[in-house]
Each structure stands twice: as structure tokens, then as C-alpha cells.
Design a protein around this ligand. Structure first.
Ligand code: BG6
Length: 465
């Protein structure tokens, strides 16, 4: 794991005025400065097409940082941070403009600085940026961070990977999935591994069903152009939720090569076909979606997806993994819910709930005798809320903060590997194809509902309310 010592870094961000930079990257870099993990002599260059001067860019990101920074929202620190930030107006799709970046870079003294190049842009711009960067002198030790989605189909992801691996050394390519920077996702293996309570029940003898849910209250916001071509399956399942599934289901949490184990889970996912898709997938679209900016009026893109998947490994024999994700749902949360088989028919099921966000919690539901003269069973809950404790919430880095810091320290442990990405695209391409072939509709659901009602049919009969 990357250390907590201060590091000198030079960070170049393509997509300097985009949503990701404003909401996540700049606040994360600011947090790293405030928590003394980023040296104040570091330098951040934001590249964008808008004609900002440096001062105008500072004014632009100031409010974003104030709104989204986790800690230390004081004027002095922010002034110090802004003094580290520069802006270069450049059309990064135009190869001729890279000489301006070259000129800018040559004015900096960069020895002893960790070098990061962040592609916080739509994947359609990756190729032009990579080709442009190849025309100038870059530090051979520079790490390149690639924002998801990594491609939009298996074929395009392969092309992109080929291009990148030709241009840069594989050890310098960091394919980010920010869910891997979330505290409770990292905690899953520790919870399972270090507690016989949980490690002893982590298989099909005890587990009836695993649910992985990530819902949001927001809609597509300003990202209609990207989202309408992607949809919930490619936007959330192929990456974030498959990471979560493969961490939850991996065979040996104490093994040293966790990524190989995650890969094995992805490779064991039972293929969904046109014949079995009816029992495996339900897609929905929130009402009013087609009136959102940049969405085609006849769009059938799913903003909600529920999947019932099986991992074909002895440990998970016949255990359904239900994945649910959607926009414009009634609340924002990400959780893993593990439901155990009942001890006898009719007895309420034990349940382990790992809440990843917005709060970081673990809940265990179990049965006791009802107090008093009754012998009836009564379900109770034990709860550990980590984020409710001020000391932990203050000291827990945001996902992007952790990932940027790791990359500055050349720590690739929690970044996605190409073979994982390739395997998950293979599965997702087939799933999308099967849904289309089977002619299943994308069901409408009201905003602030939890997806289309049809999704409930994916739960095992015994668990339906
Ligand atoms: C992004 C998706 O990767 O993750 C967004 O593109 C989604 O559509 C976001 O809103 C969710 O991230 P988080 O950290 O808020 O759960």
C-alpha cells in the first residue's frame, strides 16, 4: 500500500473543466495537500478547451473545491493550493497544438517529482490524446491514469488497449475504477477473512443469496451524450459492480494475488443467453428520461438494470448474485447484502449487510427469543457504523484521493487489470446482445421509485415479500 508521507508530484489533467475534474480530482488533490500527503511544491496543470486565464480558472474551480473538499476548507490552504494550479487552453483533439504543451513543460523543473497524466475525458478522445502525447517529450516514468469506461464494447476496449500498450510501458498504465478506492469495498476481504463468524459461512452451504445494490437519486445530469450511448449496464455493472461482485465472491481472501482470484470469478460467471435472459435480467428507464438534454427522444437506453447471475464454482453452487443499479431511485446507497438460508422452515433469515455508502456500516440481523413469557422468535440487529465516528470519517480518504495517492507512489494494487476488463466486456457484450435478441422491453419506472417492479421476480421465491 502507498504510504502517507508527503510526495512531490506533477499532475497533468486532460479534461480540466469537466465534471470529474471539478467534483472529484481537484477536491481530492486539495485534500492530499491539506492532509500533508502532497508536497506544496507540487504542480497541477489543467488542460481544457475553454479560453480561461489562470486566474479565471482558479475562480472557476474555487467553488467546486469548497463544495466537495472533505477537509480543511480554509481560505489560506485554498490559496496555497490554487497557487499550485495552472491552466493551459488547448484543443487536445488537434495534434498540432501539442507543441504548446511541450513548450509549457520545458519551462518546468521536474526532477524528483512523481509524474501523472490523467485522461479525465470521454474515451472517444483517448486516441487523439495518446497520439498527441507521442509527438512531445514526456518523462518515461510518467504514470497515465485512464478514467472509465475503458472502451464501450470488447472490440473497442481491445483496440484502445493495443494503442495504449504500444505507446506506454504497461506498468505505467493505471486503469482506474474509483469503487476500488472506497473504504468499505476494501474492508470486505478483512471482514470475511478475519472473522470465523463470517469466513465459516461464506459459501453455498449457508448462503441463500447475495445482493449487490448501487442506487442513486440523480439522473443523467449533464452527461446525456455519454450516458445515452452507454446505459446502466455499461456505466455501472461492467466496472464498479463487477469489481464488487468479484471481491465478494473470490475463492481465497488470504491469497496474495487477489486480482487473479477476481479474474477467476469473472471467468466463472454463467453466460446469459437469449434463452435464459428472461430469468436473468430486467432493464428499466425512468419516466422523463427522453426529455433530458442530449437524450434521443426514442431512446431505449436502460437507466436501471437488475441481473441475476451465477458464479459457476463449487463454493457458489446455485447461489444467485442479484445486482441492481439505477438512476432516479428513492435513495442513494451502495450495499452488499448476504442472506443466509433459514435454520428451519419459517425461521427468519440471518443477514449480513455491508453498507458502502453513503454511510459505512455493517449490520448483522439475527433471531432471539421474544422477551417475556413468549417463545416466539424475534429478529434483531447489531450495527457497527464506522462513518458515524468523527475520527474515522475525518481520517478516511475519498476514493479518488486514495487512488491518486496510490498512483503517485507507483502502487497499482487497487487499479483494474486489462484481463479483468476484457473478461467483463466479453460477458456484458453477450448480455446486451441476448436482451436485444429476446425482444424484452425496457420497462418504464416512475422517478424516485426503485426501478421497475418486474425486477422483483429475480429474487428467489422464498425471499419475495
Ligand atoms: C460513475 C458513473 O462511474 O460512477 C456515474 O459513470 C455514477 O454514472 C458514478 O453516478 C457513481 O459513483 P459514486 O462514487 O457516487 O457511487
Amino acid at each position: 500500500m502507498s504510504g502517507t508521507e508527503s510526495i512531490k508530484a506533477r499532475v497533468t489533467i486532460f479534461g480540466g473543466t469537466g465534471d470529474l475534474t471539478c467534483r472529484k480530482l481537484m477536491p481530492a488533490l486539495y485534500n492530499l495537500l491539506v492532509s500533508k500527503q502532497l508536497d506544496p511544491s507540487s504542480h497541477i496543470l489543467a488542460i481544457g478547451r475553454r479560453p480561461y486565464t489562470k486566474e479565471e480558472y482558479h475562480a472557476f474551480i474555487h467553488d467546486w473545491i469548497m463544495q466537495f473538499a472533505r477537509i480543511g476548507k480554509d481560505g489560506e490552504k485554498l490559496t496555497q493550493f490554487l497557487s499550485m494550479v495552472d491552466y493551459l487552453q488547448m484543443d487536445f483533439m488537434n495534434i498540432d497544438e501539442y507543441s504548446r504543451l511541450q513548450k509549457y513543460n520545458s519551462s518546468l523543473h521536474e526532477e524528483g517529482y512523481a509524474q501523472l497524466l490523467y485522461l479525465a475525458v470521454a474515451p472517444s478522445s483517448f486516441e487523439a490524446i495518446v497520439k498527441g502525447c507521442l509527438t512531445i517529450d514526456l518523462d518515461p516514468n510518467m504514470n497515465i491514469i485512464l478514467e472509465k469506461p475503458f472502451g464501450d464494447t470488447l472490440e473497442n476496449a481491445k483496440k484502445l488497449n493495443l494503442l495504449l500498450e504500444k505507446a506506454f510501458q504497461p506498468q505505467h498504465l493505471y486503469r482506474i475504477d474509483h469503487y476500488l478506492g472506497k473504504e468499505m469495498i476494501r474492508n470486505i476481504l478483512s471482514i470475511r477473512c478475519s472473522n470465523p463468524f463470517f469466513s465459516n459461512i461464506w459459501d453455498s452451504r449457508s448462503i441463500e443469496c447475495v445482493e449487490i445494490e448501487a442506487t442513486e437519486t440523480v439522473g443523467v445530469e449533464k452527461r446525456g451524450g455519454y450516458y445515452d450511448a452507454a446505459g446502466a449496464v455499461k456505466d455501472m455493472v461492467q466496472n464498479h459492480l463487477f469489481q464488487l461482485l468479484s471481491i465478494t465472491a473470490l475463492e481465497d481472501p488470504s491469497a496474495s494475488d487477489i486480482k487473479a482470484q477476481q479474474l477467476a470469478v469473472l471467468q466463472s460467471l454463467r453466460q446469459v443467453t437469449a434463452e435464459n435472459i428472461k430469468d436473468s435480467a430486467v432493464f428499466g428507464q425512468y419516466e422523463g428520461y427522453t426529455q433530458e438534454p442530449k437524450i434521443s427522444e426514442n431512446s431505449t437506453t436502460e437507466t436501471y438494470a437488475a441481473l441475476k447471475l451465477y458464479v459457476d464454482a463449487p463454493r457458489w453452487k446455485d447461489v444467485p448474485f442479484i445486482i441492481r443499479t439505477g438512476k432516479k431511485c428513492s435513495d442513494r446507497h451502495t450495499s452488499v447484502i448476504i442472506t443466509l438460508k433459514p435454520s428451519a422452515p419459517g425461521v427468519p433469515r440471518n443477514r449480513l449487510v455491508i453498507r458502502i455508502q453513503p454511510s459505512e456500516e455493517i449490520q448483522v440481523q439475527f433471531n432471539v427469543k421474544e422477551p417475556g413469557n413468549s417463545d416466539a422468535l424475534h429478529q434483531v440487529e447489531l450495527e457497527y457504523c464506522q462513518s458515524c465516528m468523527d475520527i474515522f470519517s475525518r481520517n478516511t480518504p475519498e476514493a479518488y484521493e486514495r487512488m491518486l495517492n496510490a498512483c503517485m507512489h507507483n502502487d497499482a494494487e487497487w487499479f483494474s487489470q486489462w484481463d479483468q476488463i476484457e473478461t467483463s466486456w466479453k460477458f456484458i457484450d453477450q448480455l446486451k446482445k441476448a436482451y436485444k435478441e429476446a425482444g424484452i422491453p425496457v420497462y418504464a419506472y416512475p422517478q424516485m421509485a426503485d426501478g421497475p417492479v418486474q425486477k422483483d421476480a429475480l429474487l428467489p421465491l422464498s425471499m419475495r415479500s
